[in-house]
Design a protein around this ligand. Sequence first.
Ligand SMILES: [Zn+2]
Length: 248
Amino acid sequence: MSIPIYRFGIFDNCEGLIHGLSMREGGVSEEAFGSLNLGLDVGDSDENVKKNFELFCGEMSADVDKLCVAFQQHTDNIVQIDKGAGFGSPYDAVDGFVTNVSGIPLMVRFADCQGVFLFDPVKLVIGAVHSGWRGNVKNIIGKAVSIMVSEYECSPDDVLAAVSPSLGPCCAEFTDPVSELPEQMHKYINGRNVDLWACAYDQLCDAGILDEHIEIARECTKCNNAKYFSYRGGNKKSGHMGGIIQLI
Ligand SMILES: [Zn+2]
């Protein structure tokens, strides 16, 4: 069975880069986790999840034994990677990775949250970030870019950025967003809904990324729940998709 892969146009034709996102199809899990669930801690069987990782990594030509993956906890913790830990050794309480080492697949996982992928084709540095609304509040996106700049001498002008399918302004509904979100995010509120795509775009621009270097998928995971896992669309029981970025 072939595994459909979502690819960002902005990374097309980038030499030296592997990237791609899983969708729902192509795995062995069932029901709410059907079928390519990459969630480590969502209630699916360990055996099925391991098989799904092997299938997706195989399709991506990514080495599962060097894969960097984490138990993400909506932190702004970003780890600089120089050695791949492997699927069997997930990082704890980490929501982002940055590296300039080739051959190490960086993965973040998401169901309604944003997977944000960064690539500097000049300095050959990559980043992968998991950012839900709590990540937007902490601006983990801006933090990842600033690590690329301060630790890897990247120029933000060179960095390409892409944001995965995620909860759109149509479905990112809060109980009381004015009280739940800090003031700097109030401009994204419309009634009880929040435009987290616009927030991510602004955070990338504020970090110095050029407009023409930003791709926002603008596909809502909840509205497209047959194609993408959605925590909200799945009645709070859902698998996770994963996105990989790797220097060759
Ligand atoms: Zn929607």
